[in-house]
Design a protein around this ligand. Sequence first.
Ligand SMILES: Nc1ncnc2c1ncn2[C@@H]1O[C@H](COP(=O)(O)OP(=O)(O)OP(=O)(O)O)[C@@H](O)[C@H]1O
Length: 454
Amino acid sequence: MDKLEKIVRSIDFILKHVHEGIVIADREGRVIYVNEANERITGLDNKKILGQKVIDVVPTSSLIDVLKSGKERLGVKTRVNNKYVYSNIVPIYESGVLIGSISVFLDLTEIQDLNQKLESARQQINSLSKQLSGFIGDKDFIVGRNPKMQKVLEVAKKAAGVISSVLITGESGTGKEVVAKFIHNNSPRKNGPFIEVNCSAIPETLLESELFGYEPGAFTGADPKGKTGLLEKANGGTIFLDEIGDMPFSIQAKLLRMLQDSEIRKLGGGRKIKLDIRVISATNRSLEAMVESGEFREDLYYRLNVIHIELPPLRERSEDIPVYAKLLMDKIGQRLNKKIQDISPAALRCLINYHFPGNIRELENILEKGFVMDEDGIIGVDDLPEFLSLKPEHNILKWNFDENWPTLQEAEKAIIERTLKAFPNKTKAAKVLGISRATLYRKMEEMGLDKDIV
Ligand SMILES: Nc1ncnc2c1ncn2[C@@H]1O[C@H](COP(=O)(O)OP(=O)(O)OP(=O)(O)O)[C@@H](O)[C@H]1O
């Protein structure tokens, strides 16, 4: 018995019980050992292999290369008897002399199965950990456990797959634009443009030419080169008509025509331009009420409102405030390039108890201020605006009837002050309060409130 056989005999008991297949060949490439796993993995009969030349059994075996080169070969994929194995083959040296080589291998399909199991376990862990933290959605569109928001996500995903018009409603700052972008980014036209038009920010006189564009020399004062309208710019993509409730009645008719005919005519021109646009609109006003009062065209309303998504105000999903806070803090941290480890439980309680008239936008602003104020890496109550931690008698929704009960005038002043803090923009503040800008200015004057109050 030569040296190699002696070595193999001494470890035979171990080799027999190994899960991997093992083949040992001597210096001439003759099989001197095969374990039981070899038969199970390759389906070859061990008795027939023993004593055979490896090259006669598996002509493509890398064992022969290892014997020739004296160098190991790791991670080799080989076809054996219509099966694939994944093997590591190493030379065996005795006192510096090459005396044979050993191949240890696994069934490749077994590895693939294991890989698949590992992958599905990984996916499961991922989804469980997201569920545990209450976070579903993507990094720019956070959806917590709140059932209404889960429904929003479900409908938004479905809407992404079709071209039907979507109307998103909800208070200011609830994330209407975020949802519109989510739908576009998950739709087949995600590589096309996403054009946003804020119908309330563009003066009525300009809105029509902004939307539809104009031909050269369309009117005096126009750009002599003409103008490509936003609708044309959105061709092949999505147009997001924000604050659609503020679209003038005359333009509503033109928009309806565009939706019906899928084409536009620029101002001052006869040429028709075919368009392929997906329309998403949003408003914090009640379009139904506007239809009733004749301010909004009924036919356009139905065209825009094929899929309706209603975003609940943040105060109706306060169970998710910790999730929003955590993820918004990550986002703000990146933007400000400042690391904050956490938010204190007391600060979080203040946020949960607050009614957020400005919704997520306000939460984001409050947290951003917290980042600026913070000095110890943890946002505490002291880093939050004072109105969050004020005694209940100063917090409008928490007022209890007692000797501090305010007069109507005091309450009105407090509400206006508070709203202006959340919305320094007077148009927005007036909208939230349900009054006109002029009324807001008048009341501010009467109450002696500074026009630049923030
Ligand atoms: N679900 C959300 N996930 C992540 N961020 C959000 C979410 N909802 C809102 N935000 C953040 O809140 C802010 C306001 O969101 P957005 O502009 O979409 O609100 P909106 O309803 O369109 O407001 P407005 O009516 O005033 O235009 C943005 O900074 C946005 O990033």
